[in-house]
Ligand binder design. Structure first.
Ligand code: HEC
Length: 243
């Protein structure tokens, strides 16, 4: 028995260091995920802020270009995180962040003919459509999935999967600390992934489309959800494959 003790201690240390290294790695990956979500949400905010310009039927060239988007995203991201994507070679995990940034640039560039179309007001280019297309571009570049989702989703492509629905329900519970991100290591299609979901809440700027009266048509022609300021709205969901 005695001879086994050192071995068991050794094993204990091995297990401890394994737990330690996976948890620090998970912390690291969670931070990457949160930064990626930040990048998407900044882009969505930029779209929301420019919705009136985008919808302007009188103006042709709106200057709402991919370059404009990329500049805004880099600037605001730097303010929030101190990470400067203009000098990516000194940024850890810059490739992933730049992939998201480029996805945002490309989506706005591709939408130029729509955004600059004269004589049309609402053109269907809005935050959620932007987010969905960015998710598609980001997936092509990285194999990581990002989507905007909600319990009462409007578009079938935003439909939550089982995991997302469970977390959305948890977020919508009053007992969930407001704004707290949910992260879990799990398997998707037999591969280890980190899943992160970041809840969001209705701001005043959301209510013209998602507010009251419930069921009334918004500018997009869809039915309003009846949200009030501060209410749980939905979440960004990220699935990051682990190496
Ligand atoms: C100009 C109208 C408009 C505004 C303003 C707006 N949304 Fe949306 N939102 C939409 C539309 C339209 C969709 C569905 C579009 C699609 O997926 O094709 C949507 C989708 C969403 C979704 C995805 C789930 C779903 O319902 O499909 C969430 C979450 C969401 N919006 C949250 C917000 C939040 C939070 C704000 C404010 C910060 C906001 N929206 C502002 C029009 C708007």
């Amino acid at each position: 028995m005695c001879r086994q003790v050192p071995r068991m201690v050794g094993l204990g240390i091995a297990i401890l260091s394994l737990v330690w290294s996976t948890s620090t790695r998970a912390a690291n990956e969670t931070e990457i995920a949160e930064h990626l979500i930040e990048l998407v949400n900044i882009g969505r905010t930029v779209v929301l802020e420019h919705q009136a310009t985008i919808n302007d039927a009188a103006k042709a060239d709106k200057g709402f270009t991919g370059e404009f988007m990329a500049d805004e995203v880099m600037e605001r991201f730097k303010k929030k995180t101190k990470i400067d994507l203009r000098i990516p070679n000194v940024v850890p995990h810059a490739n992933t962040y730049v992939a998201m940034l480029e996805a945002e640039r490309e989506v706005v560039d591709e939408a130029q003919p729509v955004i600059n179309r004269q004589g049309v007001g609402f053109k269907g280019f809005l935050h959620a459509v932007f987010a969905r297309r960015v998710g598609e571009h980001f997936y092509q570049k990285t194999g990581a999935r990002m989507k905007l989702t909600g319990i009462d989703y409007r578009n079938s492509r935003s439909k939550p999967d089982d995991f997302e629905l469970e977390v959305l329900r948890m977020f919508s519970d009053q007992r969930h600390p407001k704004g707290q991100v949910y992260a879990r290591n799990t398997m998707v299609d037999g591969r280890p992934v980190l899943r992160v979901m970041d809840p969001e809440y209705a701001a005043v700027s959301c209510l013209s489309c998602h507010g009251v009266p419930k069921g009334e048509r918004d500018i997009t022609g869809m039915k309003k959800e009846g949200w009030k300021e501060g209410e749980f709205a939905g979440a960004i969901s990220l699935v990051l494959p682990l190496k």
